[in-house]
Design a protein around this ligand. Structure first.
Ligand code: MF3
Ligand code: CO
Ligand code: CO
Length: 258
C-alpha cells in the first residue's frame, strides 16, 4: 500500500525533512582531514536531539549509530567509527534521517574532503546530476520507472555504473515504505505518481563496476572493485503541479537544468 499524505501530514513531513537537511548544512564545516566519522556522528546526533527529534538510523534493525558515513569505496550504510579518520582527497557521504512529528525525513550528500582528484570530483558531480534529473521527472501521471531510466542514461553516458541492490523508498510514518524507487529502469513502467506521495530518490553511482559486497559487520556495503562510489538523496513530495523537494538545502537551487 502506498500512503497518500494529507495536507496536515505534509506539513509535518516538511518539518522533519527540513531538520534532516539542516543537519547536513550544520555538519559541513566539521568535515576536514583529521576528523573521525565517529566525531561527525556525535555532532549530528546532538544536533538532531537539540531540535527535539530522534535519529532514525539509531537502533534501526540494530544499526548502532545515528547517521550513515560512507567513505570512498563504501556505497552506503557505512558505520561511523573512531578508526575512520578523514584524509585529504576522500569523498564522504553522510546520510541523515530524522524522526520528528512521528514522520521521517531522509537526505544525504557526498562531501569532498580537501583536494579531490578531478576524476572523482566528476563522479560526485554527475551523481548529483543523476539525482536531480530523476527528481525532474516526477509529476502526477509520471511513472517510477522514468526516474531510473534517466538516472541510468546519464550515468552510462559517463561510463559509470548504477547500484541496483539498494533503492529509494516511500517515506512517512515509516522509514521505508512502498514504493521501491529503483535507480535503473524503463520509461513508462512501474507505479504511477499521484499527489501526496512522498518518496526518496537516492542513486548510488560507481566509478567502476556496479557490483557490491556486504562486509562482515552486516551493514557496510562496498564496491567489489574497491573503486569509489557517490550518492545523493532527497525526500520528494508529488504535488498537483509536479513535485517539491522537501529536503532541499539553501545552497541548492529550486530549478535545476542539465
Ligand atoms: N538512510 C538510509 C536510506 O536512505 C537507510 C539507512 S538504514 C540504516 O534509506 F540502518 F543503515 F541506518
Ligand atoms: Co533513503
Ligand atoms: Co538516507
Amino acid at each position: 500500500m502506498i500512503s497518500i499524505k494529507s495536507s496536515r501530514e505534509i506539513g509535518l513531513m516538511r518539518e522533519t525533512a527540513k531538520l534532516a537537511s539542516s543537519t547536513l548544512v550544520h555538519i559541513e564545516s566539521f568535515i576536514k582531514p583529521g576528523v573521525s566519522t565517529e566525531e561527525l556522528n556525535q555532532i549530528c546526533h546532538d544536533y538532531i536531539l537539540e531540535h527535539g527529534a530522534y535519529p532514525s538510523p539509531l537502533n534501526y534493525n540494530g544499526f548502532p549509530k545515528s547517521v550513515c558515513t560512507s567513505l570512498n569505496e563504501v556505497i552506503c550504510h557505512g558505520i561511523p567509527s573512531k578508526k575512520d579518520v578523514l584524509k585529504d582527497g576522500d569523498i564522504l557521504n553522510i546520510d541523515v534521517t530524522t524522526y520528528l512529528n512521528k514522520f521521517h525525513g531522509d537526505t544525504n550528500k557526498t562531501f569532498l574532503v580537501g583536494n579531490v582528484p578531478d576524476e572523482i570530483k566528476k563522479l560526485v558531480d554527475v551523481t548529483y546530476q543523476c539525482m536531480r534529473a530523476g527528481i525532474n521527472t516526477v509529476r502526477p501521471g509520471s511513472h517510477i520507472g522514468d526516474i531510473g531510466a534517466i538516472i541510468q542514461e546519464i550515468a552510462h553516458d559517463h561510463g559509470y555504473s548504477v547500484v541496483e541492490e539498494y533503492c529509494g523508498h516511500g517515506i512517512g510514518r515509516e522509514f521505508h515504505e512502498e514504493p521501491q524507487v529503483v535507480h535503473v529502469g524503463k520509461k513508462g513502467t512501474g507505479v504511477e505518481c499521484k499527489p501526496g506521495m512522498t518518496f526518496t530518490i537516492e542513486p548510488m553511482i560507481n566509478l567502476g563496476a556496479r557490483h557490491c559486497k556486504l562486509l562482515n559487520d552486516g551493514w557496510t556495503v562496498i564496491t567489489k572493485d574497491k573503486k569509489p562510489s557517490a550518492q545523493f538523496e532527497h525526500t520528494i513530495l508529488v504535488t498537483e503541479e509536479g513535485h517539491e523537494i522537501l529536503t532541499l538545502r539553501p545552497e541548492e537551487s529550486v530549478e535545476f537544468k542539465l
